[in-house]
Design a binder for this molecule. Structure first.
Ligand code: ADP
Ligand code: MG
Length: 244
């Protein structure tokens, strides 16, 4: 049975620039169901990051509505005020930003305990243990006490993934989360994501420019110049592992 968890209804986003208005998303309609590992692929500039920022409410939409069903609540994301949105996002949605966005003055483990402490989910000792567990999951725990500037881009990306999982969110939205990883590490992250979906009922929306990843999602859509194109069901292929 399909249970909608994210509904994107007639969403458009136009950026106003000195050179004029630029329509980055054109009337997007998309329902993401609970337990999907949805991929959205598209070339650079297609509107992928913009789409994720509409789902997580990080940026304002121009028209339309985004509804998220979680914790028995139905939230119209863009009708929340900034404080409500930050609180809601912290509890509901893990976000992996394309540019990682780690806090430079905090160690890696502190970057993960911070959102836990803000959400008030754990006692300080517990949050540290949980954070170390997440760093282990992405295989970076030996660097836990370092500052982000002292590790590579690929390592920062793994920390950003661990941080997105900090509050055990129902939904994970990830912007090119394997873009800075070598193929072995990218494979490992894909396995982690697939297991979160298959074993823990999480829902993941991931965008990528890497068309080669298409077969690894449970469903994959293509974004072209701000419009969603064809729909491809991948159910029969989800167990296939990419060998590289
Ligand atoms: P993608 O993530 O697929 O590479 P983006 O969503 O980042 O694409 O951008 C889609 C389009 O919108 C691009 O043409 C980009 O230049 C433009 N764009 C993105 N952010 C802004 C902004 N803040 N102001 C103006 N134009 C933007
Ligand atoms: Mg992008």
């Amino acid at each position: 049975m399909s249970i909608p968890i994210v509904e994107i209804v007639n969403v458009s986003k136009t950026y106003s620039t000195a050179a004029g208005d630029f329509p980055a998303l054109k009337n997007i309609n998309l329902t993401v169901n609970k337990g999907e590992f949805l991929g959205v692929v598209g070339k650079s500039g297609a509107g992928k990051s913009t789409l994720l920022n509409m789902i997580n409410g990080v940026d304002e939409l121009t028209s339309g509505e985004v509804l998220v069903h979680s914790d028995g609540r139905r939230v119209s994301v863009h009708h929340l005020n900034e404080d409500e949105k930050a609180l809601w996002r912290g509890r509901t949605m893990g976000v992996v930003y394309q540019s990682f966005q780690l806090l430079p003055m905090l160690t890696l483990v502190e970057n993960i305990t911070l959102p836990m402490d803000l959400a008030g989910n754990f006692k300080p000792r517990e949050s540290r243990e949980k954070a170390m567990e997440l760093l282990r999951l992405v295989e970076i725990e030996e660097h836990a006490e370092k500052l982000p500037a002292l590790i590579s881009g690929g390592q920062q990306q793994r920390v950003a993934i661990a941080r997105a999982l900090a509050n055990d969110p129902d939904i994970l939205v990830a912007d090119e989360p394997t873009g800075s990883l070598d193929s072995v590490t990218a494979d490992h992250i894909f396995d982690v994501f697939s297991r979160l979906v298959a074993e823990r009922g999480k829902t993941i929306v991931m965008v990528t420019h890497d068309m080669g990843l298409k077969s690894r999602f449970t469903r994959c859509l293509t974004l072209v110049d701000g419009e969603l194109q064809n729909e491809e069901k991948m159910e029969t292929k989800t167990k296939g592992r990419r060998k590289s």
